[in-house]
Ligand binder design. Structure first.
Ligand code: M6R
Length: 624
C-alpha cells in the first residue's frame, strides 16, 4: 500500500482553498509544497521512501526522491511548476532504497510515473523491454518505459499523446494499480485506476488526484471517486474522465469530515479503517502470487534442493494475534503439505530434544518483525541449526535479517494496536506457503491446490460482503455490550479464530473474553456460563459446524445467548443472532473473523474505549 498525489493549478493559496488572492504563512507557496504536504498526509500508507516529479513550461521535468520518510525529502524549488505528482512508498518489490523510490522515469527522463499497487506481469514486460535501461528493482518501472514505447513508436505507432499512451499501456498491465503519469512539455496529469483507490479533488482553477482525500482535504472538499477501469486527464481546462475509451461523468460529492477524522480516512479510529481496508490489503497480499489454473503459487521464496521433500516438521513461533495466525496455518500445513506442523508461543519456544535441525523449518510469524520474544525464538532456532523463515509485514525489519528466507504479507502499515488486516494477510500468505510446500513435496494434487487458490481468490470479495453487514454487527454489539463475559468457540480452523476473536475483544473493550475449542466447554468453562455470558461461535466450513453447534446448544441450555458466524445457505435456527459468511471454503473461518473484529470494535466503541491505543499495550513489543 503506497500513497500517491497529483496537483495541477494556480498557486494563490488562501485559507480554505487553493485559489484566491493572497497566501498566509501557513499556506503552500508552490506546487512542490502542495505535493509535499499531501504526501505527509498520506504517510500512514507507507513511509519507506518518498519522491516528487514537477513539471514547468521552462524548467521541464524535475524529479527528486529518496529512501526514508516524507520529512527527509527535500523538494526542489521549481518556481514555474504548474503540476506535480508525489509518492510515499510501502515497499513490496525491491528494498526501500533511493533507486526504488518513486517517481520512476523512462530512458530519457521525459516521463515520470508514480504507482500504488502491484504490476503482476512486470517480469514478462521487463523481458520485452530488454533494450530499455532500468535503474530500479520495482515492478513500477515498466510503466514509464511502456509509455515511452508508445510515445516514440518503438512498439506502438508513435503517434500517441500521453493520454492515449497511458490507455494503451493500461491494456498491457495485469494486477491492481493506481497510476499518475506526467511528461515534460505536457500540461496534463494522466491517471488510471484498477483495483487500487484513486480520488479526484476539484478546486477552483485547480485539481488534485490522490489515493485518499486525506491528501488534499485542506484545499478542497469536493471529490470524485474514480471507478475501476477509469482513465482521467487533469489539465488547466479541467478534468476529463474516460471509461473504455469513452468520456464519462462521475458524481462529485462533498466530504464533511473534520480534519482529525480525515487522517483516518473519515473513520473515527484507525482500527475500523484497517478492518475496512482488508479487501484492498488482501488483494495486495495475493497479487501476482496465484497461478490458479496451474494449481501453484509464486511466493518468490526458495529452499535448498531436496529440503522440502525431506522436511520432518514445520514449527511456527509467534506471539498474540500472529500466534493465532500460526495456529490457523499449522492446520493448513498438515492438510495441504502433508507435514507435521506445530505452533509455539515464541517466548516458550526451545528447539527441544528428539528433533532433527536440518529437517526442521522454523517459521516466525510477526507483523512488525521486531517482537523481542519472536526474535529470541528465531535466535534459539538458528543456534540449534534449524532452517528459519519469516512471514512479516515489514521490509528491512530485524527478523528479515536473521532468517534464511522471508515472505512479505504486503498488508500496508497498521497503526491501530489491535492487529486486524495483518492477521488476514498473515493467514493468506501462510496458506499460499502451505500450497507451495505441498506442491513441491508432491503432497498436494493440482486439482486440490486449484480449489484452495480459488478460495483465496474469493477472499477479498467475501470480506467485502461481511463489511457490508456492519450494521447488523453494530446492533448485536449494542445489545450485548454490558454482558458479564464473552466466550468464543470453534473447532478445527474455527479454534484460532475463536481465540483471536476473544483477544480482540478483551484487548480493546477490557471485557472478560475467552476463546475455547468448542469441545472443551463441557470440560470446565461451562461452569462460567450464565444468561449474562454470550457465546460467539464459528459455524462455517472448515470449522466442523454441526459439532460446534452441539456445544453451543449446551451453553444455550444454561441460558447463554448464542451468536454464530454461519456459512451461506446453512441455518442454525436456535441462534439468537446469525451472521452470514460467504462460501470460500478453507478460508471461511478467516472471513468469519471479520465479524468478530467488527463486534469487538463496536462493543469497545459503545463503551468509549481508547480503541487505537488500548491501556497498557504497545503496537510493537520489543522487550522479552
Ligand atoms: O508484530 P507481531 O506480529 O510480532 O506482534 C505480536 C503481538 O504483539 C501482536 O499480535 C498483539 O497480540 C496484537 N496487539 C493483538 O492485536
Amino acid at each position: 500500500m503506497c500513497g500517491i498525489i497529483g496537483y495541477i493549478g494556480e498557486i494563490h493559496a488562501t485559507d480554505g482553498g487553493v485559489t484566491g488572492e493572497a497566501a498566509d504563512d501557513d499556506t503552500p507557496g508552490s506546487v512542490g509544497e502542495i505535493v509535499h504536504r499531501g504526501l505527509k498526509n498520506l504517510e500512514y500508507r507507507g513511509y519507506d521512501s518518498a519522491g516528487v516529479a514537477l513539471v514547468g513550461a521552462a524548467s521541464g521535468l524535475t524529479v527528486a526522491k529518496r529512501s526514508g520518510e516524507v520529512g527527509a525529502l527535500s523538494v526542489p524549488d521549481v518556481p514555474d511548476a504548474t503540476l506535480g505528482v508525489g509518492h510515499t512508498r510501502w515497499s513490496t518489490h525491491g528494498p526501500p532504497t533511493d533507486a526504488n523510490a518513486h517517481p520512476h522515469t523512462d530512458c530519457v527522463g521525459d516521463v515520470a510515473v508514480v504507482h500504488n499497487g502491484i504490476v503482476e506481469n512486470y517480469e514478462a514486460l521487463k523481458r520485452e523491454l530488454s533494450d530499455h535501461e532500468f535503474t530500479s528493482e520495482t515492478d513500477t518501472e515498466v510503466i514509464p518505459h511502456l509509455i515511452e514505447e508508445e510515445l516514440t513508436g518503438v512498439d506502438g505507432d508513435g503517434d500517441a499523446d500521453l493520454l492515449a499512451a497511458v490507455r494503451r499501456v493500461e491494456d498491457r498491465l495485469e494486477g491492481s494499480y493506481a497510476i499518475c503519469a506526467v511528461r515534460e512539455g505536457d500540461d496534463r496529469i494522466v491517471v488510471a485506476r484498477r483495483g487500487s483507490p484513486l480520488v479526484l479533488g476539484r478546486g477552483e482553477d485547480a485539481a488534485f488526484v490522490a489515493s485518499d482525500v486525506t491528501a488534499f482535504l485542506e484545499h478542497t472538499r469536493d471529490v470524485t471517486y474514480l471507478e475501476d477501469g477509469d482513465v482521467a486527464a487533469l489539465s488547466p481546462d479541467g478534468v476529463e474522465i474516460f471509461a473504455s475509451g469513452e468520456p464519462v461523468e462521475r458524481e462529485t460529492e462533498t466530504v464533511t469530515w473534520e480534519a482529525d477524522a480525515a487522517e483516518k480516512g473519515g473513520y473515527e479510529h484507525y482500527m475500523r479503517k484497517e478492518i475496512h481496508e482488508q479487501p484492498e490489503s488482501l488483494r495486495q497480499t495475493l497479487a501476482g502470487r496465484l497461478d490458479v489454473d496451474g494449481g501453484d503459487v509464486d511466493l518468490d521464496v526458495s529452499f535448498p534442493p531436496g529440503f522440502l521433500a525431506d522436511l520432518e516438521e514445520i514449527r511456527i513461533v509467534a506471539c498474540g494475534t500472529s500466534y493465532y495466525a500460526g495456529r490457523y496455518a499449522a492446520q493448513l500445513f498438515e492438510e495441504l503439505a502433508g507435514v507435521r506442523a506445530t505452533v509455539e508461543i515464541a517466548s516458550e519456544y526451545e528447539f527441544g530434544a528428539g528433533r532433527t535441525p536440518d529437517r526442521t523449518l522454523v517459521v516466525a510469524v510477526t507483523q512488525s518483525g521486531e517482537t523481542a520474544d519472536t526474535l529470541g525464538a528465531v535466535r534459539r532456532a538458528n543456534a540449534a541449526g534449524a532452517r528459519t523463515f519469516a512471514v512479516t509485514n515489514t521490509l528491512g525489519s530485524t527478523v528479515t535479517r536473521e532468517v534464511d528466507g522471508t515472505a512479505f504479507i504486503r498488508a500496508g502499515p497498521e497503526i491501530g494496536v489491535a492487529a486486524t488486516k495483518t492477521f488476514a494477510s498473515q493467514v493468506a500468505t501462510l496458506a499460499m506457503l502451505a500450497v507451495a510446500v505441498g506442491r513441491d513435496r508432491g503432497a498436494l494434487a493440482a486439482a486440490d491446490a486449484r480449489s484452495v487458490l480459488e478460495d483465496l481468490q474469493g477472499l477479498p470479495g467475501a470480506v467485502q460482503q461481511v463489511l457490508d453487514e456492519e450494521k447488523q454487527v453494530r446492533e448485536a454489539a449494542r445489545e450485548y455490550r454490558d454482558s458479564e463475559a464473552f466466550f468464543f468457540v470453534g473447532r478445527a480452523l474455527g479454534v484460532p479464530v475463536a481465540l483471536e476473536g476473544a483477544l480482540k475483544l478483551k484487548e480493546i473493550s477490557y471485557d472478560h473474553a475467552e476463546g475455547f475449542a468448542a469441545g472443551e466447554l463441557k470440560h470446565g468453562p461451562l461452569a462460567l456460563v450464565t444468561p449474562d455470558t454470550p457465546v460467539l461461535a464459528v459455524l462455517t466450513d472448515g470449522a466442523r459446524a454441526d459439532e460446534t453447534m452441539n456445544n453451543v446448544t449446551e451453553a444455550q441450555t444454561r441460558g447463554a445467548p448464542a451468536l454464530g458466524c454461519v456459512s451461506a445457505g446453512e441455518e442454525f435456527g436456535t441462534l439468537d443472532v446469525s451472521f452470514e459468511v460467504p462460501d470460500v471454503g478453507v478460508v471461511e473461518p478467516l472471513v468469519a473473523n471479520v465479524y468478530l473484529q467488527l463486534f469487538a470494535y463496536h462493543v469497545a466503541n459503545e463503551k468509549g474505549r481508547s480503541i487505537d491505543k488500548p491501556r497498557n499495550l504497545a503496537k510493537s513489543v520489543t522487550v522479552e
